[in-house]
Design a protein around this ligand. Structure first.
Ligand code: KIV
Ligand code: ZN
Length: 500
């Protein structure tokens, strides 16, 4: 019989911490429901004490989701645990994830304390959390750089105190796979309570050296039975282990004898939904979900695949939910085709919002030949800006080689119309200068990236921007077949987020 690996998804906590990836509660619920249909065992829904937004999201996700366990993060601090307990009150299955740093660096520079005191605080936090919740997970932050003997003492103490899952994070992404595997093996062999199933070990690997998946696999092969992962590998800095990679490694290598509950056919729609809602593009060569993951370009490979797909394909694209026989959506597609695509992509809609989406779809289909999944997700997200105070009414730009670019802009600010024009060294510069003639604030553009969603000169361009205002950075996003308009929309998106 196969062993079971529990999948703990932290897209909505570790992933959502990434600057620019913040979601509102409605979007988080959408992702949580998608994760439920994907089959994850645990959803880490947030860090409730960190902000009212996180607190609320844990409440609402707990109400919206039925069978996965909902987990809330805390530090080893009673107040954190109290707030997490309150946030988890509606969860059908709940978990408190508490912990403390255990490496020399954390003990010495973060806590200015002793090794024994860290163990006391860890044990106290687990015991306190146990008063409210049976399911308590402990994390030893920076376990990757923690001495194994000391780590074993910490883990044994928290298991005795009642922790049923012990998370061994490679917080800084420093470990080599062999080293991380050996750490898990050491703990399995030296901690009372692990071999008899009283508690299990979990991996939580960061990708700073590109080793997150390799380290997670090394952990699993040495006895860890929970993996903490995110969709598309998003997360702090270089990200976390990708859920899709672990799920597909175990599916492709049946000989390992470890299964997950992941419905792998839901991987692709989940990946697109997260990428779209978080405005986080997926690199084309990303394993499993990148645009090129199943594209064979060299002549030799194409020849082989045409003879038999097994020559160069270790997975079937349909196994991860890539529907190669997709009906292409064009201006001639009807409501039913759009409705089907939205369902495949996991986008929720009502009859009314479907009508609105269909109108927006037709407008886009008039501008480009084929409407892709990314376009549809982008359209489905457009009404996120419907409640914004500042909206772009119109934009007209004259530009070209050897002439100065000139832009005229119209804004609607809470129902009132404003117009301005300006010139610049290019169309985007002119348009932003015109915008600044209306919004007279000290704002500085810090980052500006333009990306085509798929291919073709008629494609939708996505623009990500960072604008500094009043000492803070704001992230904005715009998408349009006209990249100057997309740029202005991204700038306006930032302005709409300024703290009043
Ligand atoms: O990377 C890490 O150590 C974490 C913990 C809070 C689990 O995210
Ligand atoms: Zn982390």
């Amino acid at each position: 019989m196969s062993d079971r690996l529990f999948i703990f998804d932290t897209t909505l906590r570790d992933g959502e911490q990434v600057p620019g990836c913040q979601l509102n509660t409605i979007e988080k619920i959408q992702v949580a429901k998608q994760l439920e249909s994907l089959g994850v065992d645990v959803i880490e829904a947030g860090f409730p004490i960190s902000s009212p937004g996180d607190f609320n999201s844990v409440i609402e996700i707990s109400k919206a989701v039925t069978w996965p366990t909902i987990c809330a993060l805390t530090r080893a601090v009673e107040k954190d645990i109290d707030v997490a307990v309150e946030a988890l009150q509606y969860a059908k299955r709940k978990r408190i994830h508490t912990g403390i740093g255990t490496s020399e660096e954390h003990i010495r520079y973060k806590f200015h304390t002793t090794h024994d005191e860290i163990i006391e605080r860890a044990v106290a936090a687990v015991k306190y959390a146990k008063r409210f919740c049976d399911d308590v997970e402990f994390y030893a932050e920076d376990a990757g750089r923690t001495d194994n003997e000391y780590l074993a003492r910490v883990i044994e103490a928290v298991v005795k105190a009642g922790a049923t899952i012990c998370n061994i994070p490679d917080t800084t992404g420093y470990c080599l796979p062999e080293e991380f595997g050996a750490k898990i093996k050491y703990l399995m062999e030296h901690v009372d309570g692990l071999s008899n199933g009283k508690a299990i070990l979990s991996t939580h690997c960061h990708n700073d050296l590109g080793l997150a998946t390799a380290n997670t696999m090394a952990g699993i092969l040495n006895g860890a039975r929970q993996a903490e992962v995110t969709i598309n590998g998003i997360g702090e800095r270089a990200g976390n282990t990708s859920l899709e990679e672990i799920a597909m490694i175990l599916k492709c290598h049946q000989g390992i004898g470890i299964d997950t509950n992941i419905n792998t056919q839901r991987i692709y729609p989940t990946s697109r939904l997260v990428s779209s809602l978080m405005n986080m593009p997926i690199q084309p060569n990303k394993a499993i979900v990148g645009r090129n993951a199943f594209a064979h370009s060299s002549g030799i490979h194409q020849d082989g695949v045409l003879k038999n797909t097994e020559t160069y394909e270790i997975m079937n694209p349909q196994d991860v939910g890539i529907d190669e026989n997709n009906i292409v959506l064009t201006a001639r597609s009807g409501h039913a085709a759009l409705k089907h695509r939205l369902q495949v992509l996991g986008v929720e809609f009502t009859n009314e919002s479907l009508d609105q989406l269909y109108e927006a779809f037709l407008r886009l289909a008039d501008l480009k030949k084929e409407v892709t999944d990314d376009d549809i997700l982008m359209l489905a997200g457009v009404d996120r800006s419907a409640t914004n105070a500042i909206k772009l009414d119109y934009l007209q730009v004259t530009t070209g080689m050897g002439v100065k670019s000139v832009a005229a802009i119209g804004l609607n600010i809470s129902g009132e119309k404003f117009e301005a024009s300006a010139s610049g060294n290019g169309p985007v510069d002119a348009a932003i200068k015109a915008l600044k003639c209306i919004i007279r604030r000290q704002m500085t553009l810090k980052e500006f990236t333009i990306q085509a969603i798929s291919k073709g000169s008629d494609d939708v361009g996505k623009v990500h921007m960072q604008v500094e205002y009043d000492g803070r950075l704001y992230y904005g996003f715009g998408a349009n077949t006209d990249i100057v308009t997309a740029s202005v929309e991204a700038y306006i998106d930032c302005i709409n987020k300024f703290k009043k």
